[in-house]
Write a protein that binds this ligand. Sequence first.
Ligand code: AHR
Length: 338
Amino acid sequence: MNKQVKSKIMLLIMISFVLFLAACSSGSTGGEASSNGNKGGGNSGEKLVIGFSQVGAESEWRTANTESVKKAITDAGHELKFSDAQQKQENQIKAIRSFIAQKVDAIVFSPVVETGFETVLKEAKTAGIPVFLADRAVDIEDDSLWVTFLGSDFVEEGRKAANWLIEEMEDVDGEVNIVELQGTVGSAPAIDRKEGFEEVMADHPNFKIIKSQSGDFTRAKGKEVMEAFLKSDGDNIDVLYSHNDDMAIGAIQAIEEYGLKPGEDIKIIGVDAVKGAFEAMAAGKMNVTVECNPLFGPQLVDLIEAHISGEKLEKRISVEESIYTMDQAEELLPTRKY
Ligand code: AHR
């Protein structure tokens, strides 16, 4: 082979290699890879502007969720516009209208309550902006107003809490008195966790919910409402079912101040599986927590990118979850990510 032929072959090899690299990196905007391996904008390679209207900062769970979603959006190379509604529906409506005015590419929305968003979601649809419901659902007939819902099955969480209790107290003769701390009035997790719990309890008439009130998903309110429960029903309370761990942690404080032992005199059931609940369980003050996983940011970004790339998505996508008891707490605490 003479020198000229050799250098032509080398040139061809180099061109093929460059073309191969270009094909591999198509779709890249220079952002960090998301969990499906795509970079910004999915297959389209587009850098997206994403508006995220969050409920607030009412709980440990919410803080972890905000962090997860924000990080996944920016890590994927997209631009984030964030708005904290401070648990107020009017703030969310304003935020969504402002995202529409700014012509964002997609809106992520975790509705504080289930109803009252129809008009603003229609405005987003008219503007051609896809809406992704994250964590909480809306109660609206027309499901063309959002692309998909990604979050937990709150009814199932309520069932899991109830089933644990039935099993734990199956040998108890007589009545079991339960007090319930509900989440934010009108919110999907408060409505559904109550429904799931009551559905199971319906077959066990000796288990009675003697008091039920909202603690708005916060520690301070959980403590305040538990104090009122203890004042009126004191030593008659066997179980606290709290719609989240933060309220349960507030209630534990109230129970101790009242002079009873949480976890022993009163069984404590929470939802979320945040670190604070594992600490309380490791200290013997809380019995069980039903997992509600907030770390779905990367999965959410994958869904947005898939939709922008023209993929058809399921209307409801559930996050897989577990349940954790007091005896597992010490071992699992160091591994908890939120
Ligand atoms: O919507 C999820 C719920 O909202 C979490 O269980 C609770 O802690 C949060 O505030």
